[in-house]
Design a protein around this ligand. Structure first.
Ligand code: WQD
Length: 327
């Protein structure tokens, strides 16, 4: 099939594009390169530099005729979204409305959307399944939830079938090092730990060690980015097979603490990764773990690579390579 991957030059987008290419689809990436990287564009895909705020540009591209769109273009720093909601309102909300309208006008049937565990907010029980109440604790999560609601209406009114994939903590890199772009100014834990291992930063700040968790640091559900990417191809297959929209969690199924992550990284990299404990980060829950049972039932998806060892070692290979190239 012909797939348009919007935001396909970013960290997750590049892995998603790679997965569709590997599955034999033809891929066009549309990305404004604001955080996406030229380095993440593959030789066997078409690339169009463009912005989701450019409705005419979107229509022009979509009229080439695509079977499905994957939409990953968004700002994603939860903390920043609380300080600059207007940036998230315009790009994440208005940009997605442009995509929806352009897709409906171009007769595109299927849309796969990168939603987020941030739609749930503070957990009321664990693991979180899709029946868990949605109550975002930050503006970023609110934009993802509102977009899911738009999709519900466009499904009913325009016949656009969607898969909303609620990512938990994406981490790791392609196992064959085909994606090599490093995230710039990362805010997420593993890239920060990797930067410390490479000597690109002094140490890692551990945001609180007094949570109600076994070692006091925050526990999260890390899902290997290739597992996430496989979730997108599985979602498309499911949309085509069933003709019904779906909303599912994608998580690795293991709760890993910040200190456990640092410890694994020390062992795997052989580097003495320094850390210091600082204040808790506002809005951080103690623990988030996912039930991905619905994804298994509906799409036959399960995480294959989301063990700590694979996540950390696949990241380290890419960071080490990039360090060697820089030297
Ligand atoms: C993980 C853990 C931090 C950085 C975010 C989004 C969420 C999502 C996944 C995408 C927490 C701790 C972090 C650091 C630290 N999905 N930490 N020092 O906040 O769980 O989730 O990505 O949409 O919506 O909010 O991820 O990687 O920032 O944090 O101690 O320098 O690491 O407190 O316990 P988070 P994260």
């Amino acid at each position: 099939m012909r797939i348009l991957v919007i935001g396909g030059a970013g960290y997750i987008g590049a892995h998603v594009a790679r997965e569709f290419l590997d599955a034999g689809h033809s891929v066009t990436v549309y990305d404004n390169l604001s955080s996406g990287l030229v380095q993440n564009i593959f030789a066997d895909e078409e690339f169009i530099e463009g912005d989701i705020m450019d409705f005419i540009g979107l229509i022009d591209v979509m009229r080439q005729g695509f079977d499905a769109i994957v939409h990953l273009a968004a700002f994603k720093a939860a903390g920043e979204s609380m300080l600059r909601p207007e940036k998230y309102a315009v790009n994440n909300m208005s940009g997605t409305i442009n995509i929806l309208n352009a897709a409906a006008e171009s007769g595109i049937k299927y849309l796969i959307f990168s939603s987020s565990a941030a739609v749930y907010g503070e957990p009321e029980y664990l693991p979180i399944d899709e029946k868990h109440p949605v109550n975002p604790a930050n503006f970023y999560g609110f934009t993802k939830l509102e977009i899911e609601r738009f999709f519900g209406w466009y499904d009913k009114l325009k016949g656009l079938r969607y898969a909303a994939l609620r990512y938990f903590n994406a981490a790791g890199y392609d196992l064959n090092q085909r994606v090599t772009g490093l995230e710039q100014n990362p805010a997420n834990l593993l890239p920060i730990v990797m930067e410390a291992a490479c000597g690109m930063r002094e140490d890692v700040c551990v945001f609180g060690d007094d949570y109600d968790t076994p070692d006091g640091s925050g526990v999260r559900d890390y899902v290997h980015v290739t597992d996430l990417a496989r979730g997108h191809t599985a979602a498309l297959d499911t949309l085509v097979r069933t003709g019904s929209s779906l909303t599912v969690n994608l998580g690795g199924g293991n709760g890993i603490s910040v200190l456990e992550m640092i410890e694994s990284a020390r062992r795997i990299t052989g580097k003495d990764i320094k850390y210091r404990v600082t204040e808790r980060r506002p809005g951080d829950p103690a623990k988030m773990t996912a039930s991905s049972e619905k994804a298994r039932e509906l799409m036959g998806w399960k995480a294959l690579y989301s063990d700590m060892e694979t996540i950390v070692s696949s990241s380290w290979k890419v960071y080490k390579l990039s360090k060697q190239r820089a030297e």
